[in-house]
Design a protein around this ligand. Structure first.
Ligand SMILES: [Zn+2]
Length: 312
């Protein structure tokens, strides 16, 4: 009886704060020296390239089913949550830009919510914003372009050139004045247009860095394949915005997706490719360090996070 009570109490304690436990252990484990400090950067090797996953921000959200369960029954949504040991109602959101250091260029994919978040995360990787050679914008939602400018409106990445999909830029800048997203892009991204390369599906950012169409989340949302020394890593950006629900049921609609059917089709196509090839991925909204693999599970998929092993 005592044993059962103890076990129940221990389990209740874990389920009461699953996010806190998940966040606290890698941060504490990553400390070095005599005063452990939170680390917001985690490095992986992909061939000769060094890839840094950067935690630029994190925030709790509720109403998870309304966000990730479009088309799901209450029962099916709750069942997937329970199978994966998470709440069906609230979730921790992560914002995780990626830095790819090719040895000749430092390429930053997305910029977080604001300049402070990305600058602090870069510092944990030993990098200052002036070191960034290329900023790739996977798409132009606020949580991806928010770090492009500092509070005084100047460019955070003073020495960078930029790369984005032509159709993404054209979409946002083509929206009428007064449209919140369009106005934000015109204020934040357009001032850098002179330093910007606009690519199409299959476009090259740098040697071994290729943009691939994954439209739907936004009209020009692109994902990026990183290849070096025979190793590959796919940066999946916002192909899936949660590490469980869009994997288990790619057809469930995500409220953030502009064209929900196109987003679901892109999701299934790319996750299928990742599961079949066993190529690792980093997803912008996966739990930090946001890196993992994809496996088939039932009619859908499962994200398998990287724990301690290195890639490549
Ligand atoms: Zn996003």
């Amino acid at each position: 009886m005592t044993l059962n009570l103890t076990r129940r109490a221990a389990i209740a304690g874990v389920t009461a704060a699953p996010i806190a436990a998940a966040v606290a252990s890698p941060l504490q484990a990553a400390g070095h020296g005599d005063a452990p400090k939170p680390m917001h950067a985690r490095a992986f090797n992909v061939g000769d390239y060094t890839v840094h996953s950067l935690l630029a921000g994190t925030t709790p959200r509720d109403g998870v089913q309304a966000i990730f369960g479009g088309g799901a029954t209450d029962e099916a949504f709750a069942e997937v949550a329970a199978e994966n040991f998470i709440s069906h109602d609230n979730a921790q959101f992560y914002f995780t830009p990626t830095l790819v250091d090719t040895g000749s260029e430092k390429i930053l994919f997305d910029t977080g919510l604001n300049a402070g978040g990305i600058t602090a995360a870069l510092a944990d990787a030993g990098v200052v914003p002036e070191d960034i050679d290329v900023v790739v914008l996977t798409h132009m939602h606020g949580d991806h372009i928010g770090g492009m400018t500092t509070e005084d409106g100047s460019a955070t990445f003073a020495n960078a050139r930029y790369v984005t999909a032509a159709r993404e830029y054209d979409h946002w800048t083509g929206l009428p004045e007064g449209n919140g997203g369009g106005d934000r892009v015109r204020a934040t991204v357009s001032p850098q247009a002179g330093k910007m390369t606009f690519i199409e599906d299959g476009g090259t950012v740098a040697s071994g860095v290729t943009g691939l169409a994954a439209f739907g989340h936004t009209p020009g949302h692109m994902i990026y394949m990183i290849e070096s020394g025979g190793h590959q890593l796919l940066l999946t950006a916002d192909l899936a915005n949660h590490y469980v629900f869009p994997f288990a049921h790619p057809e469930w609609q995500t409220s953030f997706d502009t064209d929900k059917d196109a987003a679901s089709a892109s999701r299934r196509r790319v996750l299928e490719m990742l599961a079949d090839s066993r190529v690792p991925m980093i997803g912008y909204h996966m739990p930090f360090p946001a890196a993992g693999f994809v496996e088939h599970r039932g009619e859908g998929f499962r994200f398998v996070p990287v724990s301690y092993q290195m890639m490549g």
